[in-house]
Design a protein. Structure first.
Lengths: 83, 202
């Protein structure tokens, strides 16, 4: 039987836990702590929610048409220089 | 695709630009932070891609190769302009706890290392704080104020959705380092959300 994790220790292991980077022994300690600690359950949920919400940040999905046109021009210059 | 590019086929170049162009620009923006400079970095990166394609040996994936080129150019620019902290050290800095120590009982407390008060759940937040746009703004400003290496890692992992291995390859950091940076970054973004959702210190 290993020493129990404290809440303060657990919050530092959350990322390793979610990344599946904990040893089997530490994962067991982590999950055992969660089984009786509602505060840490909330904390882990919040980190998961943080990751989910961060994934919803707006992203520019396309290049501006001018930028694309400029790149194509650069490509043509390169192509002809190389011929 | 690169074979076709070596053969100077325009459609191969267009396909690469369309697949990675926007992502490369967002990536450049995490280093230099002004759109105009990011555009220049990306433009320069594509020229470097064209100059280097004949010598690309396929030792990394095309994506890794492209983003490493952007990262090299962006770092040089960022340093030259002293716009951001130099990236030379993608090192982890001093210890910063994920949650301030005063939220836990001290060694002589009732439950050493235990929560003095449990974090308040976000499900009880006022309805108005379910607004997605405002939440996004809170997250964006939290990411903005992170140290550069943390900002970069959380942007790639959680905003862009890259797997850990790809981030390590492109940024040339160890798996452990990557995880520590991600951990610090996520902890701070969570703290910002906590303040916003329930107005509490942790």
């Amino acid at each position: 039987m290993s020493v129990e994790l404290t809440c303060q220790e657990l919050v530092e292991l959350v990322t390793a836990y979610l990344e599946e980077g904990l040893s089997a022994r530490d994962r067991d300690r982590f999950e055992r702590h969660l089984s009786y600690c509602p505060g840490c359950v909330t904390y882990v949920e919040q980190i998961r929610e943080t990751v989910r919400l961060t994934g919803e940040q707006a992203r520019e999905e396309t290049l501006a048409p001018e930028a694309r046109t400029e790149l194509l021009a650069a490509f043509r210059t390169w192509k002809h220089a190389a011929l | 695709m690169l074979v076709a590019l070596c053969a100077r086929e325009e459609r191969a170049f267009v396909a690469l630009v369309d697949a990675y162009g926007a992502g490369m620009r967002r990536f450049a923006l995490t280093f230099v932070r002004t759109p105009a400079v990011a555009d220049e970095v990306v433009q320069e990166a594509w020229l470097a891609v064209l100059s280097g394609v004949d010598r690309f040996e396929g030792r990394s994936s095309v994506k890794t190769w492209l983003f490493r080129i952007v990262s090299n150019i962006a770092k040089t620019r960022a340093v030259r302009e002293a716009r951001t902290v130099p990236f030379s050290a993608l090192e982890t800095d001093h210890e910063e706890p994920a949650v301030p120590a005063d939220r836990f009982f001290g060694p002589d407390g009732k439950y050493p290392g235990g929560w003095i008060e449990f974090p308040q759940s976000w499900s009880e937040r006022p309805e108005v704080k379910l607004e997605a746009a405002e939440t996004r703004a809170v997250i964006a400003s939290a990411i903005e104020t992170l140290p550069p290496a943390q900002r970069l890692v959380i942007s790639l992992r959680d905003v862009e959705g890259w797997p850990a291995g790809e981030v390590c390859n492109v940024l040339d950091v160890s798996e452990t380092n990557q995880r520590v940076l991600l951990h610090r970054a996520r902890s701070k973004v969570r703290a910002a959300l906590q303040r916003y959702f329930v107005g509490e210190g942790s």
